[in-house]
Write a new protein. Structure first.
Length: 302
């Protein structure tokens, strides 16, 4: 999604007060944005804490500020600055974390971003954007640009399903229809599952939904999804994020507070930062039980 992100910001660079800060990343990827912004493109160096404080100060002075790094260096290393300088002052700084989830899988646990939106959404006024498809990115950039509160964009790897025309962007989208369990997947995992889910017979095929914006307080569950949860045999949530603080926990509380209960509630999530061996993103997804094959087992076993 990084190319689509760069292209969308190049389009937005005509905004006179827009500025982009990078933590010494983007070589062979963001040159077109650097050219478009000129001196409004700032390499803050390997100094992410300082970068966030500078971004907050620039935002306070009226700039539309985008701050970019590898995901864990964008939210974990400068967490205090995000909390104190950005969120406590409700400044609309836009944080961009590249390689969300296990995106940098082979580089080990220091580069895994599997607790990112859960941590950030504990802060006041924060929103998280998790695009599902490459085609979502321009719409997400526009929405973030107009967001008057702090926002975090988790960039992942677009995984386009073979036989699904990409639906227009929305925080909630239903991708498949059936009479099986209701599946809600966060971000690109939804696109990973589409082809496998479509092959199931109608009585087992889940109603697969993708969610791309959090928290639920800003993006309530659609009425149609509520009806499917009430009438269906259960819910399965899939997210490339640890269980504690993740979307699954938020959804369970949201439903319980409203007296909405499903016969089954299954949660597929990132199981660990640390493994005996590291590999690709898909390798670590399988280690966590997040592959398409493992989802099918979860939603068809009773």
């Amino acid at each position: 999604m990084r190319k689509q992100f760069c292209d969308a910001l190049v389009e937005r660079s005509a905004v006179a007060n827009m500025a982009f800060l990078t933590g010494d990343l983007g070589f062979m990827a963001l040159e077109s944005l650097q050219s478009a912004l000129g001196n409004r493109f700032i390499n803050a160096g390997v100094a992410e804490q300082n970068m966030i404080s500078v971004a907050a100060a620039m935002s306070r002075e009226g700039f539309e500020v985008w701050a970019y790094s590898i995901a864990p260096f964008c939210y974990a290393r400068p967490f205090e600055q995000i909390r104190n300088d950005v969120c406590f002052h409700d400044l609309p700084v836009k944080l961009i974390g590249n390689g969300g989830g296990y995106g940098y899988g082979v580089m080990g646990p220091t580069h895994h971003a599997i607790e990112d939106y859960g941590i950030l959404l504990t802060l006041p006024n924060m929103s998280a954007y998790v695009p599902v498809f490459d085609e979502d990115v321009p719409a997400v950039i526009a929405r973030m640009g107009n967001d008057t509160n702090p926002a975090y964009l988790r960039l992942g790897r677009g995984e386009q399903p073979k036989d699904l025309p990409v639906p227009s962007y929305s925080p909630w989208r239903q991708l498949t229809h059936g009479r099986g369990m209701t599946v809600i997947a966060v971000g690109p995992l939804a696109s990973l599952y589409v082809s496998a889910v479509q092959m199931l017979p109608d009585n087992e095929r889940p109603n697969l939904w993708a969610i791309a914006e959090l928290p639920l307080s800003k993006n309530p569950i659609p009425d149609q999804l509520i009806k499917q949860i009430i009438a269906g045999p259960g819910i399965c949530v899939a997210e490339e994020h640890v269980a504690r603080g993740g979307f699954g926990a938020e959804l369970a509380l949201y439903l319980a507070e409203r007296g909405i209960f499903a016969p089954k509630f299954r949660h597929l999530c990132a199981r660990s930062h640390i493994y005996a061996a590291y590999g690709s993103q898909n390798f670590l997804r399988e280690k966590s039980g997040l592959s398409a094959a493992q989802l099918i087992i979860s939603v068809t076993s009773h």
